[in-house]
Design a protein around this ligand. Sequence first.
Ligand code: UDP
Ligand code: GLC
Length: 380
Amino acid sequence: MKILFLDQSGKPGGAELCLIDIAKPYRDSCLVGLFVDGAFRQLLEQQQIPVEVLATEAIKVRKESSLIQSLSSVTALLPLIAKVAQKARQYDLIYANTQKALVVGALASFFSRRPLVYHLHDILSTDHFSPTNLKVAVTLANRFASLVIANSKASQAAFLAAGGRSDIIDVVYNGFEPEVYQSDRSHISQLKTQLELEGQFIVGHFSRLSPWKGQHILIEALTDCPKDVTAIFVGDALFGEHDYVQQLHKQVAELGLADRVKFLGFRSDIPQLMAICDLVAHTSTAPEPFGRVIVEAMLCGKPIVAAQSGGAIELIEPGINGFLVPPGQPHQLAEIINTCHDRPEYTIAIAQSAQEMATRRFHQTNIDRQIAHLLSRTFT
Ligand code: UDP
Ligand code: GLC
């Protein structure tokens, strides 16, 4: 099957990392079309996945934009839509991986008469989108997509609640290659020394810096934890959240936590960094559509505590393979951190069972099979 994948981003967020894995089995006959250049293109090239930047200017449809802004953006998109429609004629189907890719892909699918798949990585609710953009996404998906793949039951439920068609949507979780998440012991202690973290109880937070990812909640929680509890924040502001970054640094200074918090920026060695942690914390204050970092922590054999909302609820059974705390509650988060700090045997056992479960449930081979099945069921 020849697939034209579309993604709006040049930056490697979770939806983009997921797309790399989905496109791999099709690399001999697919193309990933990006709307802007960036590090994501290089990651695709490293995996020998054909990629082309189709637009030279970033597309300015903001999540909160109004109808007038959205319509004028669509006009600005016309040359890109024409280019995608022309490309699509060499492929069997268009696979839109993000919301803006859906807008372009839907119209290109109409002009090129190629079917459309929409991979829904978002919870389509007003927590994340303007009412106008919500309506645009659901209307285009209902009218043009033959198949919508939701990254969790939570994303599926939000799509249906927003008026999405139930006959076109299926859930497929993100896939992972478990071997990637194994690290050797000597490397772990080297990295700890390098980062000056020996003897600390390390809580890792792996996420782009953005208000709804809730890094401030973990910082606040540290004030209720023993002094050997240190947090590392891995990730950068990918979408211009510079005020929030400043706010985080100010919060750390005001709480006198400068020696217990490290910001490491965007890193490519996530499995190694997770391996040095005693606990991984996920603190999103709005429902997380899926939450790759939750599964990655499990695959690394690390205890995970996550905000009890969205996809996280589907991934974690509290006390069995991880911990859940209500979103936005630093004191309750601190209680879990302190339990893990004080009862390592208990939490290590939980982490081990999470690792076994995640290896089976999210294995890339299973996920590839599910996607291939959906594509062949829908298009042959
Ligand atoms: N990630 C990364 N480097 C960083 C921070 C995060 O490669 O410095 C990865 C992380 O391992 C995960 C993805 O980015 O695979 C984030 O995906 P997730 O679903 O957790 O959240 P998103 O940012 O897509 O909402
Ligand atoms: C999006 C979501 C995230 C999800 C990822 C992969 O970036 O915000 O929750 O894990 O897509 O599906």
